[in-house]
Structure formats: C-alpha cells, structure tokens
Design a protein around this ligand. Structure first.
Ligand code: ZN
Length: 432
C-alpha cells in the first residue's frame, strides 16, 4: 500500500525544485481538473458549482470549489511551498581563491548544513524579463548537475568528525567552475528563458539538490526525497481536495510561500492573501463573511518529527510519532500549534470515519521545537484550526525521509475532511 502514490509524490517533488515551480505544478493539476484562474487585480464573477484558483507572486496559491447548493462556511487546508535552501545573491559569481569560480549564496531558512556537502546541486527559481509590455516572470530550472559544495578532507581537518561548525560565508559556497567561466550563470539563465542578458531585470534563484526521490528499506517502507517538508503535505492535501465530494461547506486549498523565513511576506501566511480571498468570495457569492468564518475550519498541514532511530531521547516520552503510523496531530501549550481539544476532536473523528490512524506530537518539555503557518494565518483569519503533519526524519536536511504509507493516509483524511458539512451551533456544538 502507498507505493504508487509515493511514486507520484516523488514526481511532484522532482517537478517542484522551487516554490515557483511548486505553484506551477499545482496550477497545472488544478487546470486539468477543471479549475479556472482568477486574478487578484480584476473583478471576480463566480457561479455556484465553479472551481477557481488565484495565485500571488507565482509562489502562493489558493484554490476553491463553490458548492452548487447552500453552504455554511469554509473548510481549509494550508501548507507551504518553500523549503530551506541557499539563495544566490544578486552579484552571484565569486572569483577565487586560486582560479576557482564559486557562487555567492546566503541561507534561506534554518537548514542542516552538513548534508548539502558533496552532492550534485543545480539552480532553480524565477527571473523577471523585460518585454514590450513591461516585465514578465519566467521559471528557471537548470536541469543538469552544475554545482557542488566540497568537504574538507579528513587529512586536512582531523577534527572533522568531532562536531563541525559551518560558516555560511566560508563553508557553504558552491563550486561553479573556474575563472574562465565567469559570466556563465547569467548567460545560462538568459538562454534558458529565451531572453537577452540585458533583459534580465531581477532574479530569485535558489540551489536545489539533484538527487531524486527513492523508496527503500527491507520492506520498501521508507521514502527519501528533497523537500518532503512541506511538499508531502502540499501534495497530500491537494489530492484530498481534488478527491472530495463537497457537502455544505466550501473547500479551500492554500499553499503559502516563505514559511521557512517567518511567513511575513506578501505571499506568506502572515499576509492578507487568505483573509482577502475569503472576504471576496463571500462578497461575490452573497454570503456574510463573519457568519461563514464562524462556521469554518483550517487544517494547518506541515510535517512532524518522527522518533529518531539513533536518538530516540529527543522525542517526548509519551508523544512518539512513527513513520507509517498515520496522520500526526501536533500539540503545543504555548500555542505554536493551533490544535486545541475541540479541533483535535473534530479532526480525530474525521480520521476515524476515513479509517486513518492518528498519532500525536508534542515537543519534549525542555525543547522549544519549531513553529509553522497555522497560528500565523489565524492572526488574519480567526478560525477553528488543527495542526497536523506526517512523520519524518532529518527535517530541513536537503534529503529527508518519511513513510510510504503516510501520504495515502493524509489523502484519505483530507478527502473525508473536504467532504464535510461543518457548522457550529449557538451552544458551541460542532456538527459535521
Ligand atoms: Zn514545514
């Protein structure tokens, strides 16, 4: 179970080396399913039964399907399109030492540095090109092994196995070529997008790992791939969204950018993108936003830490998610996760109906842990919300590991969730 959908997930990840590519990949799948693009900068006209989506910055997307009949509120999911990586600086080529040519990068997000070393890497992102009408964004993916960040040999640093510190200005610069190759990065990008070099007016370029996803283990139970956090949830929520048979709630699929750097951008969860979209939908469909919001629910979906095979001591003693153990509900007393008893109860019941196992995550009490986009999104649109994810190892490594059965569990849970008719009565009872 789960192998076919995991193969499809690996394909999805392979086609999504940057947030811009991830949104493009999702957009293509939505269009194939009959979704129509709306623009934020134009008036909307939407009929009952229609399926639409809107993008922002080319790296965030919100899709929704309007029920044919009456509806009470929104059923949402939110995941993120970005992953920790290295962004190439504006003046991206760095000459020397000797006759080496490196790329000048800075960290994007909180990555594990060591696993970026000694791996084939390349460049992906988007460039802004001058056109007769103004400027136009075009996707860039250099589809070959192009870069590598070499380790220092053990003979030169005998302390290499005793705990290294990685200095981003020294240790993490990828080797690109020799000084004779100076100017080639810009030339390659220009050629790729079919533009002259002088017409490249701006670039958002990132490193990506060339290694493809793999299913492995004695029982083929594990999957390793780049960017499982959070493309596994982005993919699983999308598939569940597309498989749903909506009831009397309006399903909404959200993919936000910049979660790994705090979400506070125009296309992040800490923007007005979600709230504005929901308000506009209500206005166009003749619904009352405060009433709809009070009958709405958000699933914030971002991967969770599995118990580590070599370091089980980092896991909380009574919250120990395992790979292939089902959907993980995340808890935090400091409300870094949005889960409370009510939202947990609703989502647990959804999973029970879908016959999907549930496990629980909480940080060990002395560890601060990470955060995600749910509570940030709620600051703009205050809704009932649960934080969930799929168990994984090596979070924020460029090559992460998860379970082959878990994507399937998430899809089934989200298909059941998106098919609900959710409402809250005046006594606070959730009916669905
Ligand atoms: Zn994440």
């Amino acid at each position: 179970m789960g192998k076919n959908i995991t193969m499809e997930l690996m394909e999805f990840i392979d086609e999504s080396p940057s947030p811009f590519h991830a949104v493009e990949r999702v957009r293509r799948e939505l269009e194939a399913a009959g979704y129509r693009a709306l623009a934020e900068g134009e008036p909307w006209s939407i009929a009952p039964g229609e399926r639409c989506y809107v993008t922002r910055n080319g790296s965030a997307l919100i899709a929704f399907q309007v029920p044919v009949g009456t509806w009470k509120g929104f059923l949402l999911s939110a995941s993120h399109s970005d992953s920790p990586t290295f962004q190439i600086k504006e003046n991206g080529e760095l000459e020397g030492p000797e006759n080496y040519l490196r790329l000048n990068t800075e960290r994007y997000g909180g990555m594990l540095c060591a696993p970026w070393l000694d791996r084939p890497l390349s460049v992906a992102g988007r460039v802004l090109v001058r056109t007769a009408e103004g400027v136009e964004s075009r996707l860039v993916k250099i589809d070959r092994d192009l870069l590598l960040i070499p380790s220092v040999a053990i003979h030169m640093n005998r302390e290499a196995n005793n705990g290294l510190k990685y200095d981003p200005k020294t240790d993490m610069m990828p080797l690109f070529g020799t000084v004779e190759d100076k100017g080639k990065l810009r030339a390659m990008v220009a050629e790729m997008v079919g533009a002259g070099e002088t017409d490249l007016l701006g670039m958002d370029l990132f490193l990506y790992l060339r290694q493809r996803g793999s299913i492995w283990g004695a029982g083929m139970e594990f999957v390793s791939a780049p960017r499982l956090d959070d493309l596994q949830c982005a993919f699983g929520c999308l598939k569940g969204f597309l498989a749903a048979e909506p009831g009397e709630s309006l399903p909404v699929y959200c993919l936000f950018d910049n979660e790994e750097v705090g979400s506070s951008t125009r296309q992040g969860a800490d923007s007005d993108f979600l709230q504005r979209t929901l308000e506009r939908l209500c206005a166009v469909l003749g619904a009352d936003y405060p009433v709809a919001a009070a009958n709405s629910f958000l699933v914030s979906a971002d991967n969770a830490h599995a118990v580590h095979p070599n370091h089980p001591e980092y896991a909380d003693p009574t919250h120990r998610p395992h790979l292939n153990g089902g959907v993980v509900i995340k808890h935090s007393a400091s409300q870094r996760y949005t889960t409370d008893a009510l939202s947990q109860a609703v989502f647990t019941e959804v999973c029970r109906r879908a016959e999907v196992p549930v496990q629980h995550f909480a940080n060990r009490s002395d560890l601060p842990g990470g955060s995600t986009l749910g509570n940030i999104a709620l600051a703009h649109a205050s809704l009932y919300s649960v934080d969930i994810g799929l168990a994984q190892l090596a979070m924020h490594s460029p090559y992460e590991t998860a379970g082959v059965m878990d994507t399937d569990y998430l899809i089934r849970a989200m298909a059941a969730y998106y098919s609900l008719s959710f409402a809250v009565d005046r006594d606070g009872r959730c009916c669905f």
